[in-house]
Design a binder for this molecule. Sequence first.
Ligand code: NAD
Length: 489
Amino acid sequence: MPKLFIGGEWTAAVDGRVRDIRCPADGSLVATVDEAGPKDAAAAVAAARDAFDRGPWPGTPAAERGRLLLRVAELLERDKARLARAESLDTGKRYVESQIDVDDVAACFRYFGQLAAVGAGDRVVATGGADTESRVVHEPVGVCVLITPWNYPLLQAAWKVAPALAAGNTVVLKPSEPTPHTAVGLMRLLTEAGLPAGTANLVLGAGPTAGGPLTADERVDMVSFTGGQATGRRVMAAAAPTVKKVALELGGKNPNIVFADADFDTAVDYALTAVFLHSGQVCSAGARLLVEDPLHDAFVDELVARARRIRLGGPFDERARAGPLISAAHREKVEAYVAAGLAEGAVLRCGGSRPADPELRAGWYYLPTVLDECAPGMTVVREESFGPVLTVERFHGEAEAVALANDTVYGLAGAVWTRDPGLAHRVASRLRAGTVWINDFHPYVPQAEWGGMKQSGVGRELGPAGLAEYQEAKHIWHNTAPSPLRWFE
Ligand code: NAD
C-alpha cells in the first residue's frame, strides 16, 4: 500500500486514515492509499526544514545536483511502462498518452539537470573601487511546498520537483488526491538516484486537510501550486500571513482563432485535438473556437462530423482516442456547463450527453460536445469547464478576433491559424497569453517558459525562468581593505 514519504521513511498517516483510488474508466479499485492530515503535513514540513537547515543538499555543488537529476531521467525511462500504467489507472488516460507524458517528464529532469550544471547566472558586479568586490549569487529559496493537479500528475510534479531540486531546495510534494501513484513512484526513483533523506517528502491527502496546512505553515518559504483558479486564490490567501513566495499555474479558457485563409483540413484536425485531447482536461485546451465568418459554416460542419467519430474507451483500449473524465463529480460539473450554455442560447451540434454504449456505462465518460453560435457573455464561454466541450464564436476580421480572444480573465495560451505570416505575428503579439501557437496547438518544450498572464497565474514554469522561481538572488559586497569611515567625526 503506498504510504507517505517523510524524512526518508515510508510511513502511514498518523491517524490511520486511508483513501480508495478508483479508475475513472470503470470505477474499479486501483489501490487504497494512506491519507495525510494536518499532523502528517506538519511532520513533512519539519523533515524538509531540517534537511534544508542541516542537510547536505543545499550545499551540494550545483553540477552534482544536476548529475542526480540526469540519473533520475534515466530511471524514469527505465520504468516508463510501469509509471505510464500507474498514471493511466489513476487518471483513465490512454496508455499511449501516459507513455508520452513519462518521456516528457524525463526530458524535464534532463533539462533542469543540465541547467543546474551550467550555473545560475552568478556574476561579478563592477564597484568602481580597487578595494571592493561585489558579486551576485543565486541560492535556493528554502522549503518549497509543491501542490499539483490530477490531469497530468507526474508531469506537473516534474515541472516543480526538477527545478526546485536543481536549485538546492528541499520539497514537500502534495499530489492531487485521486492520482497519487506516480508521485509515489517518483519518490522511489529520487531515493534510488541518491537524494539525501528529507530532501523530497510526499504527503498524500485532500486539499483542505493536507494542502491547507502546508500552505499556511510558517516554516515553509515557498508554495508552487498548479490547479484551479478558486483554489489558487485560497492558496495565495493562506500564504499571505507569512509572506511566502507564491507561484501559481491556474486554468485557461484558451482561444483557437481560425482565419478564412487557413489550411482547412489541418485547422479542423487541430481544432479537434486542441479541445478533445484527454477529454478536454488540459489547462491549455483550445476550448473557445473563433472562426472567421466566411469559413464558419463549412468549418463547423466538418468539425462536428469528425467529433462524432471520436471513439471513447479505457486506457488500454487501442481503438479509443479519448478517455473518461476524472470523477463522477467532475462529469456533473461539465454537464452543468453544457446545460447553462444551452439555456443561454448556444446551439448543440453534437454530444451533450453521456455515451449510450453499455461498455462505457461504468466509467465517467462524456461525449465530445460542440456548442455553436456562442457569445462572449455566456457562462460556458467565460468559465473553464475542463471537459470535452467546445464553444464556437464567429468573427469578422482581425480586430474582432483579437478582441474576442482577449475577452477573458484568463491568459494561459492561444492559437492563430492563417497562411498570412504578417497577420499571424500581429495577432500573436496582441494575444494576452503566456503561450501562443501559430498554425499549431499544444506543443511545448522544457526549454521554453510556460505560465499564464492575467488570472491564469503568477510566475513561470520551465525554461530558465522556471529555475529562477526557486532561487533567491543575493548580493555579497566585500570590502577587501576596510578602514574607518569617520563619517561622524
Ligand atoms: P484543484 O484546484 O481542485 O486542485 C489542485 C490541487 O490543489 C490538488 O492537489 C488539491 O488537493 C489541492 N488543494 C485543494 N484545495 C486546497 C487548499 N485549500 N489548499 C491547498 N491545496 C488545495 O484543481 P484540479 O481539479 O486538481 O485540477 C484542474 C485545474 O488545474 C484546472 O483548473 C486546470 O486548468 C488547472 N491546471 C493548470 C495548469 C497550468 O499549467 N496552468 C496545468 C494543469 C492543470
